[in-house]
Design a protein around this ligand. Structure first.
Ligand SMILES: [Zn+2]
Length: 217
């Protein structure tokens, strides 16, 4: 059976062994507590990008954050059309069942999903050939217009503007969920936009009154 383990899986298993030694055994009491249930206070919506792991960026412990990751850290609008609404299901569970207090949308620099939204390189492709991605990042179409008008469709300035517009789009879409808007208005839920710049490792938080992302130093 050893032959059936790929080098990639083998590397993960080595990591798993380190986890058992360094995180599981020393923190057994905490893991026992978590066995009874989870009560995270924060939900993070982040990109699937391998360089932006919310648990690493925020240095959190198991049980602290409820996380959804997808291409470009998108939240679709409240939709009741047929389909598999994975993000909406996770959001519903986090806000309505777990009663988390804060939702953070975490965009990031060098985002391939946002870049494809910007240059529309996957438009018109078939499912399996880029079509699913194109369809998903069409969520950014409305935000794209002003970005292109100001910065064009290529270059880091345009890409960064698109990445940050994506965070604003996800925040706006979150507010189309009636229970989210209601809880935010009642002061029971906070929504925050954030941006992790991969090139310098700096976290930026969106100030919605000024519209700017400010670096946390
Ligand atoms: Zn990304």
């Amino acid at each position: 059976m050893a032959d059936a383990i790929s080098p990639e899986l083998d590397r993960l298993i080595a990591g798993y062994r380190r986890f058992r030694e360094q995180d599981w055994t020393p923190k057994l009491a905490r893991w026992r507590e978590l066995r009874e249930g989870q009560s995270p206070q924060v939900m993070v919506i982040a990109c699937s990008d391998s360089r932006v792991d919310p648990a690493q960026v925020f240095d959190t412990d198991p049980g602290e954050m409820f996380v959804v990751r997808n291409v470009a850290a998108m939240v679709p609008p409240f939709e009741t059309t047929p389909g598999r609404h994975g993000v909406s299901a996770a959001l519903e569970f986090a806000v309505q069942v777990l009663k988390i207090k804060e939702v953070i949308v975490l965009g990031h620099g060098m985002c391939g999903g946002c870049k494809a939204a910007l240059d529309q390189s996957l438009q018109g492709t078939e499912p399996g050939e880029g079509g699913f991605i194109a369809d998903w990042i069409a969520l950014l179409d409305d935000a794209r217009g002003p970005v292109v008008a100001q910065y064009g469709t290529t270059g880091r300035d345009a890409e960064r503007a698109m990445e940050q517009a994506g965070v604003r789009t996800s925040l706006a879409n979150l507010r189309t969920f009636p229970y989210v808007a209601q809880k935010e208005a009642a002061g029971q839920l906070r929504l925050t936009g954030a941006f992790f710049a991969i090139s310098d490792g700096l976290l930026h938080v969106l100030d919605e009154t000024t519209g700017t992302f400010n670096a946390i130093v």
